[in-house]
Design a protein around this ligand. Sequence first.
Ligand code: NI
Length: 140
Amino acid sequence: MEQELMRIGVSLPDNLLTKFDSIIKERGYSSRSEGIRDAIRSYITYYEWMGDIRGRRVGTITLIYDHTKRGLSNAIADAQHEYTSLIKSSIHLHMDHQNCLEVIILDGEAEDIRKLDEKLMSLKGVKFVKLNTAPPAEKL
Ligand code: NI
């Protein structure tokens, strides 16, 4: 059965929309709506995948953020200090005048990894977050 389509209004920064439009054009989408539907599906898939990981995992969280954003560096550090038993190491790279890349190496319960990932994703000024996890060595 055909799904009923709902209309939504979304406010986006100009540069984000410009980039999105150039990607959907490059990928041959017929409309912005089609691209947005696909992006939402990917987001849901990622979220569901995150919800499916269980038990002890090892992994990394890679994030890129704007360190000039007031309070953000502190908020990122605070989030990591809440999960010291989970975080084994981290690498920080000052990418350019504005942006930092951080890779956090984790070993612990999936539930905690997910909470830290969600916390980092929710911070304003964080431009990119990517979680990767694997089972611990004895389960490979
Ligand atoms: Ni930096």
